[in-house]
Design a protein around this ligand. Structure first.
Ligand SMILES: [Zn+2]
Length: 549
């Protein structure tokens, strides 16, 4: 847990060098003590440009810190940036330097940290480091910073409560199934896991599927046709079956009785011991639960806000805003499945399913620009993508433009003469190989963002706010969010932008994309520095295939 100081722990007194002026904010001491009692290590990450400006001395700053600890209890580390913006340091938030340093101080990495702060810079530094960021706004926090934050808490005690709730939610239940004999911790035979929409949805369910694989002898994944390629990339899956579910598909075929009977018979033939139905928050698991019951499945778990009657044995509930990978992992936990201790809940792919990129791409460190999206509202306007590509090339980056066969015209236009056009030349596995060796990926809220997360490759996320960023943003990977989070399409889930001119993404300044790469430590024609480079990405690929546990 890394905490901003001024405006988060204590009242913000500008350039304070006087211990007498330290005033803890309400509920902070009790909240910190809850975190300490839960075994979490605490650090402070604080911009103190007053040092560079000569408004107070180092000794005065240390006196203030001592006063903070006297009032709020001890912290395991303090990391302070003494610079101002013009100094060009690597530590002043929103740069991620303080977060990386404080994480290292307490023996961990940024991806396992939560950063709490009161302004956009705190959250941006958290995301740029690959940490989770919680914004606790004050009356002076700018509304657009609140809108852009992945996670907003009303006050410090609320932030603490939700942090601890999310931590507890992924701990496996000890006696999950009502009426089941055998008790806790026992292995199960075959488990059916279901994720029936697009590639990105399947990818973010990966940690939950690995948790199931840890305690099951055999994992069968039921996915839809659009998720099939992603399903083949996931560790822990022994068998994939594909069937479109008309209550999930955005452009569904009519329900065909014979087809549903055939699916039910196929599910019955699997002879599974239990089934976990993973869904997005606006999808219902209940139609499939009915078919599974008709197929004789005795134990079914799903997240359902709708009353399930006897269709579910475990009806799990999750508040909105939880990242999709954690949301899915919490369902697995409710059914008694947890990741093994050595396996972090990050996205991960099977190493044997990801080929090396084409030789023409040259050495690692290029920037992948993926301008399209299967959902039109999540792609930036083509002319914006063209200008982004040009700006990246002009800034000295090697740019690779990727897209599906349907997007060939788009990728050719975006690549122009300065970038390499791979449009239509990569299936999802090949695209993963290209992404794995990238220095960064510039992409909307669509599948390749999650591929990048799986390799620890930094993401410049051109994020349309039609769905919550906190749920769908790149997970636990260094990220900069661009786009207007306050646009009127916010939270509409619209597949096609309902606002003329697509303002949420049309107004992105290509110079901001170039600046975002600098913030992420991605330099021209070189792999990123720090902890998230291409070598680390390569190491994140699992060495073994789907049968590995
Ligand atoms: Zn600094």
């Amino acid at each position: 847990m890394l905490l901003d100081r001024d405006g988060t722990l204590v009242e913000d007194v500008p350039y304070n060098g006087d211990p007498e002026k330290v005033r803890p904010l309400p509920g902070v001491r009790a909240g910190l003590d809850r975190l300490r009692a839960a075994g979490l290590r605490l650090g402070v990450v604080s911009n103190q440009s007053g040092l560079a400006r000569g408004f107070f001395t180092d000794a005065q700053m240390r006196a203030v810190q001592a006063r903070v600890e006297a009032l709020l209890g001890p912290f395991d580390t303090w990391r302070v940036c003494p610079h101002e913006d013009a100094d060009g340091c690597g530590c002043r938030k929103p740069l991620p330097g303080l977060v990386h340093a404080a994480a290292a101080d307490v023996g961990t990495v940024a991806g396992r940290c939560v950063v709490v702060g009161d302004i956009g810079r705190d959250v941006a530094a958290a995301l740029a480091a690959g940490a989770a960021g919680v914004l606790v706004p004050t009356p002076v926090t700018r509304p657009e910073e609140v809108a852009a934050a992945p996670w907003v808490a009303a006050d410090f005690p609320a932030a603490v409560a939700e942090i601890l709730r999310r931590q507890t939610a992924v701990v496996p239940a000890t006696d999950p199934w009502p009426g089941r004999r055998g008790g806790s911790g026992s292995r199960v035979g075959t488990v059916l896991v279901v994720r029936s929409d697009s590639a990105g949805d399947v990818l973010v369910t990966g940690p939950a599927i690995r948790a199931v694989a840890h305690t099951a002898d055999r994992v069968v994944l039921l996915c839809g046709p659009r998720g099939r390629a992603a399903a083949n990339l996931l560790p822990g899956v022994d068998e994939v079956i594909t069937h479109a579910l008309p209550w999930i598909d955005p452009t569904p075929d009519p329900v065909d009785a014979a087809d549903m009977h055939a699916l039910t018979a196929r599910l019955a033939a699997l002879d599974v011991d239990e089934a976990l139905i993973f869904t997005s928050f606006h999808q219902s698991p209940l139609p499939l639960a009915l078919l599974l019951r008709m197929a004789g499945v005795a134990r079914i778990a799903a997240i359902s806000d709708d009353y399930p009657g006897s269709l579910l044995d475990i009806r799990h509930r999750v508040p909105t805003g939880v990242p999709e990978p954690e949301r899915a992992l919490s369902l697995a936990a409710a059914a008694g499945h947890g990741l093994p201790p050595h396996d972090q809940p990050t996205l991960r792919l099977r190493g044997d399913a990801v080929p090396s990129p084409p030789a023409q791409l040259g050495p690692p460190g290029y920037v992948v620009l993926h301008p399209g999206s299967s959902v039109p509202s999540r792609a930036c306007p083509p002319e914006v993508a063209v200008r982004i590509a040009r700006a990246l090339v002009d800034a000295g980056h090697r740019v690779v433009v990727t897209g599906t066969p349907d997007e060939r015209d788009l990728t050719a236009a975006v690549a122009g003469s300065g970038a390499l056009d791979l449009g239509g030349r990569t299936g999802l596995g090949e695209l993963a190989g290209v992404v794995a060796h990238a220095g960064a990926v510039v992409v909307g809220n669509t599948g390749p963002a999650h591929l990048a997360a799986a390799f620890g490759v930094p993401v410049v996320s051109l994020f349309a706010p039609t769905v919550p960023f906190g749920q769908w943003g790149p997970y636990r990977v260094p990220t900069v969010r661009l786009g207007d989070a306050t646009a009127p399409c916010r939270d509409t889930r619209a597949a096609t932008c309902p606002v003329p001119g697509h303002p949420c993404l049309a107004d992105i300044d290509p110079a901001d994309v170039v600046a975002a790469l600098r913030l992420l430590g991605v330099h021209q024609d070189a792999a990123p520095t720090g902890t998230t480079g291409a070598d680390a990405a390569g190491a994140a690929v699992t060495a073994t295939g789907g049968s590995a546990r």
